[in-house]
Design a protein around this ligand. Structure first.
Ligand code: CP
Ligand code: NVA
Length: 313
């Protein structure tokens, strides 16, 4: 286990580059062990994880539940609307109460601020299962997937094309922490969160990762090794759907756009995808797509994260 231990996992900015490298190594060991023997050490035997969800989820929910089960513990799924929160019990009171029963909390919320309050009052580690601003569990699986594929971060360029949303913000942080170059192309007004850019620039002073923010998708994808996209309308933005679908049209990842990428490239998407919008079928289903490995890796990276956070309390 690492010497310095994480308390919460809310943005990934709280992790050192060494902690992230540790999590990647641990994920790889857990993955190989599970794939070859169908076994995961039961290091969380008797431990419990509360999973509070304000929004829908397929990958995050299932991978966390299965990860806890494989580690010998138990996950408890809690719909936000079925907790007393919906009747006005405060987040601090909820955090303090739930902390008396469980060893960790993961939460998917609309407002990142709510997650910060939860973490402030919880007596157990809190993991961000997605907020309006960040999706660090996704980013952890993403950089693990990139590492598995290229076996290095050095000289590898990531291009993110589309909305400067939660997934983009976290990918930016993750790349800057491990020394991956990243180029992000969004329409004007849809750039990544200003603090994500600030943190990433700080991180890159240490890791030397090159960061480019542009409005030109071809510039971002030029010679890129990874082409990454996400939906144009995130959960909670449904009322802006019509406008967004128009603004983002030139940012579709399709066979024309990837012509300028490196010959040695892979295609990534956090999923769920809106096929025919941010990405075409031929690209997401094409031979260079690693989206299913990426989804699978949520299981292995979250096992590493859960073990690290819960055991080092
Ligand atoms: N990528 C991701 O977090 O998927 P879900 O919304 O299905 O959890
Ligand atoms: N940006 C998307 C990611 C879903 C996993 C959303 O927030 O809806």
């Amino acid at each position: 286990m690492m010497k310095r231990c994480l308390k919460h996992f809310l943005t990934m900015q709280e992790c050192s580059s060494e902690e992230i490298s540790y999590l990647i190594r641990a994920s790889e060991i857990l993955k190989i062990q599970y794939k070859t023997t169908r076994y995961t050490p039961k290091v969380l035997k008797g431990k419990t994880l509360a999973m509070i969800f304000q929004k829908p989820s397929t990958r995050t929910r299932v991978s966390f539940e299965v990860a806890m089960y494989h580690l010998g513990g138990k996950a408890i799924y809690l719909n936000w609307n079925e907790l007393q929160l919906i009747r006005g019990e405060t987040i601090p009171d909820t955090a303090k109460t739930i902390s008396k029963y469980v060893d960790g909390i993961t939460a998917r919320v609309f407002l990142h601020k709510d997650l910060e309050i939860l973490a402030e009052y919880a007596e157990v580690p809190v993991i961000n299962a997605l907020s309006d601003l960040w999706h660090p569990c996704q980013a952890l699986a993403d950089i693990f997937t990139i590492y598995e594929h290229f076996r290095t971060f050095e000289g590898i360029k990531v291009a993110y094309v589309g909305d400067g949303n939660n997934v983009c913000n976290s990918l930016l942080i993750a790349c800057s922490k491990v020394g991956l170059d990243i180029s992000i192309a969004t329409p004007k007004g849809y750039e990544p969160y200003k603090f994500a850019i600030e943190y990433a620039k700080d991180n890159s002073e240490k890791t030397r990762s090159n960061i480019t923010i542009t409005n030109d998708p071809r510039e971002a994808v030029m010679k890129a090794n990874i082409i990454y996209t996400d939906v144009w309308v995130s959960m909670g933005q449904e009322k802006d759907t019509e406008k967004r679908l128009k603004v983002f049209l030139p940012y579709q990842v399709n066979s024309e756009l990837i012509k300028v990428a490196s010959e040695n490239h892979i295609i990534m998407h956090c999923l769920p995808a809106r096929r025919g919008y941010e990405i075409t079928d031929e690209i997401i289903d094409g031979p260079r797509s690693v989206v299913w490995e990426q989804a699978e890796n949520r299981l292995h990276t979250q096992k590493a994260l859960l073990a690290q956070l819960i055991l080092s309390r």
